[in-house]
Design a protein around this ligand. Structure first.
Ligand code: GLV
Length: 325
């Protein structure tokens, strides 16, 4: 019997290819640059599964072009690129890759936090410039991290992994989320709940870990920046549109907050020119980018596809109602 045909819009990593090889006939987009949309639409026509990155929109247009597709497997935990309702309507299983990237993403949120507090971007630029004149008492003085208050917005797996890392820095950790963990979990993680306004007023560093949903789009707006300390820093490794970039630029220009460190942007790969300031650390959406983690993410997507073809329930289904009955 012919193996089911899969389109992967990336060459993936070898372990993922090995998983697919046995069960599927996989076609990969092998080029380093992202595939043009027309190319994805053309190639997906005769495929029964799609493995895609967060840069691909899995919407009505794509689903219409892919009448045989049974599963759209995102190689990302965030799935705002997938119209899950449209997938459900067509009986297409949608999956993501939760769990495997929490620690790596939390590491990077801390990388950004420390880089912006301690002015690493500016220091690195000076060290490379040939203009460094040597040690000076007030050169590149930043802000202490240890002993400060860290506010975590969105207390899911990644938010909690960020919280765990704070204890070595003797920080007070507060969080806000619609869903509160049990008092035991709060105690174990040494965190305290705050409502959003209290968190904004109290935090020296605010790290965002919410998914992008209708309710979180533009969550960090002018009003939120107004409520933050003028000495506070904003760190975002979630999704760009959770922050209103124009409002952030205005807040930075007016000294409403001390700085920001951003891994994600409203209209990637474009970056608002007003963010290219010394007190903003910029990274190109790389928080989960360790070889170990990206390999696991690709393998998890491959396993999700194989599960569907084997008649098993994939581990990470976003629309379980498709599998009922
Ligand atoms: C990366 O941004 C992800 O959602 O996995």
């Amino acid at each position: 019997m012919a193996k089911p045909r899969v389109l992967a819009t990336h060459r993936l990593f070898q372990p993922a290819r090995t998983i697919l090889q046995e069960h599927c006939d996989a076609e990969y987009w092998e080029k380093p640059e992202r595939p043009p949309r027309e190319e994805v639409l053309r190639r997906v026509k005769d495929k029964e599964a799609l493995i895609c990155l967060l840069t691909e929109k899995v919407n009505e247009e794509l689903l219409q072009a892919a009448p045989k597709v049974k599963i759209a497997a995102n190689v990302a935990v965030g799935f705002d690129n997938i119209d899950v309702a449209a997938c459900t309507k067509r009986g297409v299983v949608a999956t993501n890759t939760p769990g495997v990237l929490d620690e790596t993403t939390a590491d990077f949120a801390w990388t950004l936090l420390m880089a912006v507090a301690r002015r690493l971007g500016e220091g690195e630029a000076l060290a490379r410039s040939g203009k460094w004149k040597g040690w000076d008492l007030d050169q590149l003085v930043g802000t202490d991290v240890w002993g400060k208050t860290l506010g975590i917005v969105g207390f899911g797996r990644i938010g909690r992994a960020v919280a765990r890392r704070a204890s070595g820095f003797q920080m007070k950790v507060i969080y806000t989320d619609a869903v509160r963990p049990t008092p035991e979990v709060e105690k174990e993680l040494r965190v305290e709940f705050r409502d959003m306004n209290a968190l904004l007023a109290e935090s020296d560093f605010i790290s965002i870990h919410t998914p992008l949903l209708a309710e979180t789009r533009g969550l960090f707006n002018a009003e939120k920046f107004e409520r933050m300390k003028r000495t506070a820093f904003l760190i975002n490794t979630s999704r760009g549109p959770v922050v209103d970039e124009a409002a952030l630029v205005t807040a930075l220009e007016n000294g409403k907050i001390a700085g920001a460190a951003l891994d994600v942007f409203e209209k990637e790969p474009a970056i608002h020119p007003g963010l290219k300031r010394p007190n903003v650390v910029l990274a190109p959406h790389m928080a989960s980018a360790s070889l170990e983690t990206r390999t696991k993410m690709a393998s998890m997507a491959a396993e999700n596809v194989v599960a569907v073809f084997k008649g098993r329930r994939p581990a990470n289904v976003l629309n379980p109602e498709v599998l009922k009955g």
